[in-house]
Design a protein around this ligand. Structure first.
Ligand SMILES: [Zn+2]
Length: 141
């Protein structure tokens, strides 16, 4: 219980840091995402909340995550065209994406170096460089 209270305080602080009012839904969803480094889709968050007996609508989950992403509380990771993942780690890093399991795994930025970036099109600059390495499970031989 003490851990939950500490987590709640942490989430409230994070919301305030991003100038978001700590509503009940934001705190609930924030506690789910910010407990530890995590990548979750809106549906996964909705399922977990419902399973834990919380009464929340899918629309509220989607809206809250959109607000979180817009305010930088979480990062959006668009690896799967059918769903968005929300990443509780907001500093730049890369990912493994397992297409069999849908699992996203962090790759610390310093563990991957990118050399030979091609010449950028005229009048452009790099805004972000985030690499997703798609992996799949090996077939047993
Ligand atoms: Zn990540």
């Amino acid at each position: 219980m003490e851990g939950a209270l500490r987590l709640k305080a942490k989430v409230e602080q994070r919301l305030r840091d991003h100038r978001l009012r700590p509503t009940k839904a934001r705190i609930r969803i924030g506690m789910m995402l910010l407990e530890s480094p995590k990548h979750l889709s809106a549906d996964q968050i909705f399922d977990k909340l419902t399973k834990h007996g919380h009464c929340i609508s899918k629309a509220t989950v989607y809206n809250t995550l959109n607000v979180f992403a817009k305010h930088g509380v979480v990062n959006e990771v668009a690896v799967d065209p059918t769903r968005m993942y929300y990443d509780s780690t907001t500093s730049p890093h890369h990912h493994f994406y397992n297409t069999d399991t849908g699992q996203l795994t962090d790759i610390p930025r310093e563990n991957l170096s990118v050399e030979n970036i091609p010449r950028l099109p005229d009048n452009t600059e790099i805004e972000d460089l985030e690499i997703v390495i798609k992996i799949k499970n090996k077939q047993p031989s």
